[in-house]
Design a protein. Structure first.
Length: 293
């Protein structure tokens, strides 16, 4: 028991004798740092530099978040006050506590962002279900005069499949892509009707997409022996059609499709989750950091 007490006394004595950082001013800090470094090996000197940089970035964060509290104080002044009177080991502990807390906060922020993105997906899905009131009932490829040239044109009939009358304007997006490359050949948004217009179940909205730019890339459209081509298989022409209802007035309320798409949102969720996993793999020690100039 006496030996244990003696050992503890010796540890406390050595700890009290360790050189401390003097954060009174820049010159005092410089001199105290030189004294501290005399007791350190090369790895410890590297960790010291890392720790000081961590404290400095924390001082920056504090000043940005609480400008009134630190008014008139520079980043250096704040960081010097934080390390004043600390030994090397105490400074390392402080820096690693800051790192752990920083990682914890970042994980919380990313988790909150993921929750928000998941809410967006739910809202998008709900809007899509409410707006899913049209179907493409027929497609026709025909040729029409366009600036004195007969040009292929895609005629698209969209049928309203809702049960009750639809009152008000209907906003629908039409996008035609080159299927093999996903290049957008044509993209148009139409607004059909006004506040007084009524669409009954089974009624048709027709849109025409002029395909003048496809002459060189899609000769099949231009060289057909007979027109019109009724309900063609667009795959045979390397085409893909996407029709999206963007907004409708339903029961007097405008329902709009959010601009973000589910693929984009899911990618953002994946990116944030990967960052969370990366942060969780860190120990929150100075070994996690790489010292750069």
């Amino acid at each position: 028991m006496k030996n244990v007490l003696l050992l503890l006394t010796l540890i406390l004595f050595l700890s009290s004798c360790s050189e401390k950082f003097n954060g009174k001013d820049e010159q005092s800090f410089k001199l105290s740092r030189e004294k501290v470094e005399k007791e350190l090996d090369e790895k410890e000197k590297t960790n010291l530099e890392k720790a000081l940089r961590v404290v400095l970035t924390e001082a920056m964060r504090l000043k940005w978040q609480e400008p009134e509290k630190y008014e008139g104080k520079s980043f250096n002044k704040i960081s010097l006050e934080m390390i004043n009177g600390l030994s090397y080991s105490s400074l390392i502990d402080l820096a690693e506590d800051i790192l752990k807390e920083r990682n914890k906060k970042k994980i919380t922020e990313l988790s909150t962002e993921i929750d928000s993105l998941k809410t967006q997906i739910k809202e998008l899905s709900a809007a899509e279900k409410k707006l899913n009131l049209f179907k493409v009932s027929s497609i026709k490829i025909k040729k029409e005069d366009f600036f004195d040239e007969l040009v292929p044109q895609l005629e698209i009939d969209c049928q309203y499949i809702g049960k009750t009358n639809l009152i008000g304007p209907k906003e629908i997006g039409f996008k035609l892509l080159k299927k093999s490359t996903q290049e957008v050949l044509k993209s148009e948004i139409i607004t059909n009707g006004d506040n007084e217009s009524i669409l009954e179940s089974g009624d048709i909205i027709t849109e025409n997409l002029i395909l003048s730019q496809t002459k060189e890339t899609n000769p099949q459209l231009w060289n057909a022996s007979e027109y019109p081509i009724e309900n063609p298989n667009l795959n045979n022409y390397d085409l893909e059609l996407k029709v999206t209802v963007l907004s409708l007035m339903i029961n007097g309320k405008k329902i709009s499709l959010p601009k973000a798409n589910s693929n984009q949102i899911n990618l953002e969720i994946k990116t944030r989750q990967e960052k969370i996993n990366e942060l969780k793999s860190l120990k929150g020690t100075l070994d996690d950091l790489e010292l750069t100039n």
